[in-house]
Design a protein around this ligand. Structure first.
Ligand code: MFK
Length: 558
């Protein structure tokens, strides 16, 4: 009989995820876990069942832009994929954004929310993009204390009624680029007689989620100085009350490597009516609450993608027989999967550690030290999980051989959708430089040292070496920073900034893995967590180079 390979299967993404369940058990008060578990189970069922089947069946669907109506009027309507339309309804009904703001589980509300996101993200083809923006906008408006805008938009942003719920865009990137946002060209002209209202004119080069009802964006009020402080943060609604566009034209949708269902568009703004959110300057500073929230989403989506790839690869390894035995009995295959399993677990723990801190911040329970830790971890968590996400996705595809390269298996998308994670919301290098600026502004590595120390306290003797490696890496980072600044100056520190950020990230991930093993002891499943810590440690933690390698870089570039 001819041979046909059995495909991998995905079950309930919550029931099947021992790593998430262990983390939640070790972290949440038992009554909170009991309260949220039914929601997690339901989301896991949807994600591994109906949505997964949809995502495989409809993987070719893409958004379509209709610029003109039948009678010649400009309409700029974007038709979304069927999965995105379904996701719009599901996210409202399940309160994927609302959960963070309703705070039914107090300071654990962010863990609650992001556990839901983690369970579902790969099944809805990056619908997390508009949700991240929506969450970021809700946070930014909340902290702006602009009561009129809060009253206008927040009920929609956190609505559980699909007919009332809005998503938000975040339009920062222009033709001048998405990293050096301060050179944005959008001009803001005051509208006579309307306090705080401006007409915005310019081009937005990457506007994700253009189908949103509102956006937060940057523009320079006429007469303001150049640079980031001369920009202001604006709120606008995309359509007027009669459904026409608010001085906005959609030039085209972007033809991207991945995130193919995200309607990323190029926009021209011509006197788009917009309202100041918080004063007529300091726009970059005022939009940073949004950046910090969307970067957390980025990290959670990265670790969610890793888990999805691993779930499928592990299931497949049990089904796929080659060279006389199933792959799960092949030592080299197991070794390969074990290495990425440890990376995925480390990534998940750092992502959720930041989520925990964010939740505490929002209910006013963050200590001063934790606030500094959160600011330092912000760029680190985004950059390290994104890099791990790409590496793990690539290895996952390889674990399927040729099938991993074939579109209708649904696997190639895992890699393409991972590749955006280190790019949008701040590239690895831009975030490494952000970390340097935080440290230069009086921050020190002390909060990280304290965090790592607390995690490795009480570690089992079998984890002595990984625990020491995490501590040593942080010590090395500290001495490297001081020595390099003294001996080489800021340029040499800049050259090593990515290695510094990744080393700190890996050290924290390792320490959290060690802590997970320690915390699991009383439940008797500590060996699995310990094995992840050891495997992660053996892959290497400290990437810092003491030698002056700047000269080599210049030679190689020339
Ligand atoms: C699944 C996930 C979904 C995600 C969807 C993504 C959709 C994609 C759309 C995009 O890709 S949008 C483009 C993404 N671009 C970025 O995220 C910006 C990347 N660039 C940076 O982050 C730069 O570091 C930055 C623009 C902020 C640098 O600009 P500046 O003018 O040199 O800012 P500076 O001086 O570093 O910071 C200005 C102020 O903000 C300072 O405060 P002070 O004025 O009080 O000194 C900073 O401390 C503060 N600040 C900067 N970053 C902060 C922050 N505060 C808190 N948190 C931060 N992260």
């Amino acid at each position: 009989m001819a041979f046909f390979q059995t495909p991998p299967e995905l079950g309930n993404t919550y029931s099947g995820d021992d790593v998430l369940k262990r983390y939640l058990r070790n972290t949440l008060p038992p009554d909170v876990l009991t309260q949220i578990e039914p929601e997690l189970l339901a989301m896991g069922e949807l994600s591994g069942g109906e949505l997964y089947r949809d995502s495989l069946a409809n993987y070719r669907e893409e958004p379509k832009l209709e610029q003109w109506g039948p009678w010649g009027r400009r309409v700029d309507q974007i038709e979304l994929s069927s999965i995105w339309k379904k996701a719009q309804r599901i996210t409202a009904e399940k309160g994927v954004v609302a959960t963070a703001y309703e705070r039914k589980t107090g300071s654990w509300s962010r863990v609650h929310q992001f556990a839901l996101v983690y369970l579902v993200e790969p099944s809805w083809h990056v619908y997390s993009c508009p949700l991240a923006m929506t969450d970021g906008a809700a946070k930014t408006l909340t902290v702006s204390k602009n009561q009129a805008l809060i009253d206008r938009a927040l009920p929609h942003l956190m609505s559980r009624d699909p007919s009332e719920s809005w998503t938000s865009g975040q339009w920062m990137t222009e033709r001048t680029g998405g990293s050096d946002v301060a050179i944005c060209e959008t001009v803001a002209r005051p509208i006579a007689g309307e306090s705080g209202m401006y007409g915005l004119s310019g081009t937005k080069w990457f506007s994700s989620a253009t189908t949103s009802q509102m956006a937060l964006t940057l523009g320079r009020p006429e007469g303001n100085p150049p640079g980031g402080s001369g920009l202001a943060l604006f709120y606008l609604e995309v359509r007027n009350a009669d459904g026409t566009m608010n001085g906005i034209e959609v030039n085209r949708l972007k033809d991207k490597l991945g995130t193919r269902m995200v309607p990323t568009a190029e926009l021209t703004l011509e006197n788009a009516r917009a309202q100041l959110v918080k004063g007529a300057d300091s726009g970059i500073k005022n939009i940073t609450p949004m950046l910090n929230v969307t970067r957390t989403w980025n990290a959670v989506c990265a670790v969610s993608g890793m888990r999805r790839g691993l779930m499928l690869a592990k299931d497949y390894a049990r089904r796929r027989v080659a060279f006389g035995a199933p792959l799960d009995q092949k030592p080299l295959h197991l070794d390969t999967l074990a290495t990425i399993e440890a990376e995925a677990q480390g990534g998940m723990l750092i992502a959720f550690r930041v989520v925990e801190l964010l939740g505490k911040e929002e209910v006013g329970e963050l200590t001063e030290q934790e606030a500094v830790l959160l600011r330092i971890l912000g760029p680190i968590v985004k950059l390290i999980t994104a890099k791990q996400g790409v590496a793990v996705a690539s290895e996952t595809l390889e674990a399927f051989g040729g099938a991993g390269y074939i579109e209708d298996t649904g696997l190639p998308r895992l890699l393409r959708d991972a590749q955006v994670l280190p790019i949008w919301e701040g590239t690895t290098n831009v975030l490494s430089l952000d970390l340097l600026r935080v440290l230069a502004k009086g921050g020190s590595l002390e909060p990280i040292f304290r965090e790592v120390n607390a995690c490795v306290e009480g570690a089992d003797t079998s984890l002595k070496e990984p625990a020491e490696a995490a501590l040593k890496a942080i010590e090395h980072a500290g001495t490297w920073l001081m020595r390099t600044l003294e001996a080489g100056g800021p340029a040499l520190v800049e050259a090593g900034a990515r290695r510094l950020a990744l080393t700190l990230g890996r050290a924290i991930e390792l320490a959290l893995l060690v802590r997970e093993a320690t915390r699991s002891k009383k439940y008797g499943d500590h060996e699995k967590a310990a094995a992840a810590a050891r495997r992660f440690w053996r892959s290497g933690v400290d990437l810092i180079l003491d030698e002056n390698i700047d000269a080599d870089a210049k030679t190689l570039f020339a």
